[in-house]
Design a protein around this ligand. Structure first.
Ligand code: SF4
Length: 316
């Protein structure tokens, strides 16, 4: 899972291993650690990757040592004490880092009150030793773009031996043992995973996995191969298939939504179907509806819940 995926500003790079802090709408102020700073090392070759397409690998051989990373992190943390998260990422897949266990132990020993986050493509989640390591990380974000083998093969182009069924089963098993915040990301590509059928299948899998949050987005930077993203309206429609789950849609800056009027009863019904993020509400509720919503919150009929840095209105 590439570091540029969430962190767009590269002007603040401290060293080739540590980058940021960068403001992420999804996770707050983040200091990133790149576990593959020199070369892309990934067991996927996603069509939408922001890095050049590359042959898949099942091991990362060109990596900085644990000692070098911890030293660089410690010095960056001295300069940037205000960060929310330390993010493990890579130009590739961070769980391929050969000494991930020792690295996570080392970061946990020095990170103080900061949370540790990993951005993974989910490919290794069925491996028991990886599951054990990830249970020591505060927030784990895994990708799950589609459920059908046909779509997975075309879109994520995984290294041989990796199956989408294995990934889904691995996510379910991981959820049973993981007490931290689990986020699943779906990246939607036109003509591939943008169908009702794929989202119904995703909903079935996600109901079983029960992540704390689902992030849905689409291509917003030049991809490795000739594929296109979908409109925000399409993302909103597809997200309706994900019932009762905390869904966070990546709205583009130029998106102009239609503001709607809701009665108090309609707001309660809407939130019974699915919690709404603060951003959803800000974009889609008119002024009167916002007043109704605030009244329901102050009467404790509705509640505010923060999940891995994103706030939602919910009935729970
Ligand atoms: S998981 Fe996909 S998007 Fe992320 S680095 Fe690998 S090929 Fe690129």
């Amino acid at each position: 899972m590439i570091r540029a995926h969430f962190f767009t500003c590269k002007g603040l790079i401290i060293s080739s291993i540590i980058f940021g802090p960068i403001t992420s709408r999804r996770f707050g102020q983040s200091l990133g650690i790149d576990l593959s700073p020199n070369v892309k090392q990934c067991n996927f070759d996603c069509l939408y990757c922001e890095l050049k397409g590359a042959k898949t690998v099942d091991k990362a051989n060109d990596t900085p040592s644990v000692e070098r990373i911890l030293e660089a992190l410690q010095s960056a943390m001295k300069k940037h004490s205000h960060i929310d998260v330390i993010t493990l990422t890579a130009n590739g897949e961070p769980t391929l880092y050969p000494e991930l266990k020792r690295l996570v132990e080392g970061i946990n020993a020095i990170k103080g009150h900061h949370k540790l986050l990993i951005l993974s493509n989910g490919s290794t989640i069925a491996t028991p030793s990886i599951q054990t390591i990830l249970t020591e990380i505060d927030m784990v974000k895994l990708s799950l773009d589609c459920i059908s083998s046909e779509c997975f093969k075309k879109l994520d182009r995984a290294h041989k031996g990796i199956s989408i069924d294995g990934i889904v089963e691995g996510m379910k098993a991981f959820r049973r043992v993981y007490k931290g915040e689990l986020i699943v990301e779906i990246l939607v590509v036109e003509g591939l995973n943008d169908t009702e059928e794929e989202f119904q299948a995703l909903n079935d899998a996600l109901q079983a996995i029960q992540p704390n949050r689902i992030d849905i987005g689409t291509i917003d930077r030049p991809p490795a191969y000739a594929v296109k993203g979908v409109s925000v309206e399409r993302l909103v429609n597809l997200s309706q298939h994900l019932k009762g789950l905390y869904v966070n849609i990546a709205y583009t800056k130029n998106y102009i939504p239609q503001k709607r009027t809701f009665t108090q009863e309609e707001i309660i019904e809407l939130l019974k179907r699915r919690p709404q993020s603060f951003e959803d509400v800000r974009l889609c509720f008119d002024e009167q509806s916002l007043k109704h919503l605030e009244a329901l919150v102050s009467e404790r009929i509705l509640h505010v819940k923060e999940i891995a840095g994103v706030r939602f209105y919910t009935c729970e």
